[in-house]
Design a protein around this ligand. Structure first.
Ligand SMILES: [Fe+2]
Ligand SMILES: [Fe+2]
Length: 310
């Protein structure tokens, strides 16, 4: 698709953006990061005469710490995501308003998570700051996605973030963190709905192109944090704990979004769209099988640990 055709598509989608921005603003409830932070637990660090962080101060286990750090660093890279979506969708009109609003909401997530973790001494603040510097300095680059591919990607990615925040909250075992992450997850869900609705409109405008974009993004999907240092190790812990794994990815992220677009019921696809849909179906079969294998091996590993401890 040529650049001018893509620009035309974005222009055609603009009224849908305006409608969904209104919908979003009417649905989104104001909330404040400071409400979710137990400030009474806060203490000075050694620089101001107090004590520096020590692992035993954290009430989070290794998995909850890994999930919190991954989620926070992912949120921290917002300047890169802002650049990605502002350059794809532009800064004019409803698109520009959405990009601004979305960016401001996302920033709240990083603020709230960091305040919570520093005040409760949940993670090593020195390691956290070094990791932020490292990850933000290298930035995030989604490659050469077309605007439609970017729309398809963020539809899945926002829902993936919702699921991982929600389950991270549960994994902390702390009612305050659970509440905070549930609140953030609600934002992510609204973001997902916004992008999913736009993609639904794109399907009606150009079903074949939309279908191809969806297949490309499902097949090549990577979490936005995938390039951070230590991501493989942390995502293994996250998957082992069932915070985010292939089963959740298939059942709670990819499948519901595809259902909302009625991908497998559409009768308006041409040959190119049909081909992309077949490729997608084949990929999903493999993903489902891989998810089953992963869950089975996780259950075997848990049973071994339980037997050892009995
Ligand atoms: Fe977020
Ligand atoms: Fe989001």
């Amino acid at each position: 698709m040529t650049t001018s055709a893509q620009t035309a598509l974005l222009t055609e989608l603009e009224p849908v953006v305006a409608d969904n921005l209104d919908r979003h603003v009417s649905m989104a409830k104001e909330w404040h990061p400071h409400d979710y932070v137990p400030w009474s637990e806060g203490r000075d660090f050694a620089f101001l005469g107090g004590a520096d962080w020590a692992p035993e101060q954290s009430r989070l286990d290794e998995t909850a710490r890994a999930a919190m750090i991954t989620n926070l660093l992912t949120e921290d890279n917002l300047p890169s995501y802002h650049r990605e979506i502002a350059t794809r969708f532009g800064r004019d009109g409803a698109w520009g308003q959405w990009v601004g609003r979305w960016t401001a909401e996302e920033n709240r997530h990083g603020i709230a998570l960091r305040d919570y973790l520093l005040v409760t001494r949940g993670v090593d603040p020195v390691a956290l700051e070094r990791a932020r510097m490292d990850y933000m300095a290298s930035g995030y680059d989604s490659g050469d996605k077309s605007p439609l591919e970017a729309l398809a990607y963020v539809s899945f990615q926002e829902l993936a973030t919702r699921v991982s925040h929600r389950n991270t909250g549960r994994a902390t075992g702390d009612p305050i963190a659970d509440k905070l992450l549930a609140r953030i997850a609600t934002d992510e869900n609204l973001h997902m709905v916004f992008y999913r609705n736009l993609m639904a409109a794109a399907f009606d405008i150009d079903p074949d192109l939309a279908m191809q974009a969806v297949t490309t993004e499902v097949v090549g999907f990577e979490m936005p944090g995938a390039t951070m240092t230590g991501f493989r190790r942390m995502s293994m812990l996250i998957a082992k704990a069932g915070i985010y794994d292939l089963r959740l990815h298939h059942d709670e992220v990819v499948s519901p979004v595809l259902r909302a677009w009625r991908v497998f019921e559409r009768t308006d696809l041409g040959p190119a769209g049909e081909k992309a849909r077949e490729e997608l179906a084949e990929f999903l079969t493999g993903l489902d099988a891989a998810a089953t294998r992963f869950v089975e091996s996780r259950e075997r590993a848990r049973a071994r640990v339980a037997a050892r401890e009995a």
